[in-house]
Ligand binder design. Structure first.
Ligand SMILES: *Cc1c(COP(=O)(O)O)cnc(C)c1O
Length: 388
């Protein structure tokens, strides 16, 4: 066997301008980073509240390592469920207003675990067509009948639910869509799901910490309790600045996951110090409202400026502010032109987004300044002019 076949596939990807490469980050996350040995201004992390390198989190991580050691050592069901994990689960249950919460090592694993634990081939899963890859993968892996409904369209969902005679019907959506930045119409999606006797699951990776007056995410924003939104998933590696994820819901849900979610059972628990640091970030998320307020002002500043320059923005009030470009080549050209000016914005291309909708995905963080947003706008203005 030779690898020629793989090499030609890789070459094809190159020609299609879809080749991905990793950059080397040589500094902590922040508005200014050192990448491939160059200092630059970045608008591409998911560190929305600027907590990933916060001194209080650093201290908690060190303290956690001193109290609990470094490695989780075993899975939760064997001997790896430490009191740091347990305290964080209790705090997250309280914060989300749910009876219980369960930690997973990553958001990807949480989504795979939940969907496969709840569904099998007698069941059906209904997914927004722009859902995150981990939700799609979970749906496919579960063996349930897989259906996609039109983006954020409760009517399209209702039609599909109506026609289904599956044993269980699980409706799955991003809370804030990761590549578009818009917020799902959860009250209406919840109503349609409940009418059909189904369950709603929301992946709030990009809303948790950012939206809701206390940072409780989409559930807080729309005031959805465990009845309306029985399966709430959030991640800790984005606005919370640490790592991992959780699922919050009823006692029966959480016990089912502990018994049956394979990505929970067959893996080592996250380092307990990470859970300890996350307790510190939860405190900052809840108490320091100024981060969300500042973020809202930066979002407004960016949107106003970019629209004045004639760029096509999307319907987003969140820190995810994509600039729609269209072709993959053009998105790449713009991102390279920004990079020449010392600014990093990622070009998002198919297959991450549908063909013809390549974009620059600008993400803002509470740690950016007004002047940094203005620098981005100035650079956008300059490269836009050079286009024609
Ligand atoms: C980032 C992300 C995940 C995965 O979470 P990780 O903790 O990074 O594995 C899941 N869903 C959505 C919508 C995400 O944006």
């Amino acid at each position: 066997m030779s690898f020629h076949e793989l090499e030609s596939e890789l070459a094809e990807r190159h020609h299609a301008h879809l080749y991905r490469r990793r950059r080397l980050l040589e500094s902590p996350q922040g508005p200014e980073v050192v990448v491939d040995s160059k200092r630059c201004l970045a608008f591409c992390s998911n560190d929305y509240l600027g907590l990933a390198n916060h001194p209080a989190l650093q201290r908690a991580m060190i303290e956690g390592a001193e109290l609990f050691g470094v490695g989780g050592g075993a899975s939760h069901l064997v001997m790896g469920h430490s009191s740091a994990h347990h305290q964080l689960e209790e705090a997250l249950a309280e914060f989300t207003g749910r009876p219980r919460a369960l930690l997973f090592s990553t958001g990807y694993m949480a989504n795979l675990g939940v969907i496969t634990a709840l569904l099998d081939k007698q069941d059906a899963v209904f997914e927004d067509r722009l859902n995150h890859a981990s939700l799609l993968d979970g749906g496919l892996l579960s063996g349930a009948r897989f259906q996609r409904y039109l983006h954020n369209d409760p009517q399209s969902l209702a039609q599909r639910l109506d026609k289904s005679d599956a044993r269980r019907k699980l409706v799955v959506t991003d809370g804030v869509f990761s590549m578009d930045g818009d917020i799902a119409d959860l009250p209406r999606l919840s109503r349609e799901t409940r009418k059909a006797g189904g369950w709603l699951m929301v992946d709030d990776a990009h809303g948790f910490g950012c939206i809701g007056s206390q940072g409780g995410g989409c559930a807080e924003h729309f005031v959805l309790g465990v009845e309306e939104l029985p399966i709430l998933m959030g991640t800790l590696g984005k606005a919370f600045g640490t790592a991992g994820a959780f699922v919050a819901g009823s006692d029966a849900l959480i016990e089912t996951l502990i018994q049956f979610a394979r990505s929970y059972i067959y893996t080592t628990s996250m380092p307990p110090a990470v859970a300890w640091a996350t307790l510190a970030s939860l405190k900052l998320v809840r108490e320091e409202h100024w981060r969300r307020e500042k973020l809202a002002r930066l979002i407004e500043r960016f949107r106003t400026g970019a629209s004045q320059l004639g760029f096509e923005l999307m319907n987003s009030s969140t820190p995810i502010q994509p600039i729609l470009v269209g072709s993959a080549d053009e998105a790449l050209r713009l991102s390279e032109a920004l990079e020449d000016r010392g600014i990093f914005v990622s070009a998002i291309r198919p297959p991450t987004v549908p063909a013809g909708s390549a974009r620059l995905r600008v993400t803002l963080s509470a740690s950016h300044t007004d002047a940094q947003v203005d620098r981005l706008l100035d650079a956008l203005s300059a490269i836009n002019g050079s286009q024609s």
